[in-house]
Design a protein around this ligand. Structure first.
Ligand code: HEC
Length: 116
């Protein structure tokens, strides 16, 4: 069974919806984890097979991008890379949920980095 990072209640944004995050997490497990890895670091089991490697979704550069930019990457994909677009598989709501989960992975990493 493939398992991705669970929701970390210590880093939840105020007002965040657990239900949305859990839905996002389950799409992530099915669709994203093989490339982006259990914690979003870009180290999934398929990662070594591609150039460029899957993005580390927890890195500062990705965390700094706007929701709009990340949503576009997820729905349309990134030309010249193995990142396909998911708009044929996921509704707008589902894309928002999976994006929310990847933001959560980034928050976990930034809080951990701050306490190191
Ligand atoms: C087949 C492997 C693969 C799968 C599956 C995959 N990705 Fe990606 N992803 C990539 C690659 C490769 C990149 C581009 C890396 C680069 O541009 O250097 C990328 C880039 C991204 C980016 C852009 C990051 C940035 O900093 O701009 C986001 C966001 C992203 N992926 C989210 C997802 C989500 C969410 C899913 C699941 C719905 C997913 N990916 C599924 C391989 C994959």
């Amino acid at each position: 069974m493939r398992v991705a990072q669970t929701i970390d209640f210590d880093v939840l944004e105020q007002g965040a919806s657990i239900a949305d995050l859990e839905r996002g997490r389950s799409y992530y497990v099915q669709l994203c984890l093989p490339c982006h890895g259990a914690s979003g670091r870009g180290d999934g089991e398929w990662a070594y097979r591609m150039t460029p490697r899957p993005a580390d979704l927890t890195r500062r550069r990705t965390r700094g991008r706007s929701d709009e930019a990340l949503r576009a990457a997820i729905s349309d994909g990134i030309a010249g890379t193995a990142m396909r677009g998911w708009e044929d598989r996921l509704s707008e709501t589902q894309i928002r949920q999976v994006l929310g989960y990847t933001r959560h992975l980034g928050r976990i990493e930034s809080v951990r980095a701050a306490s190191r």
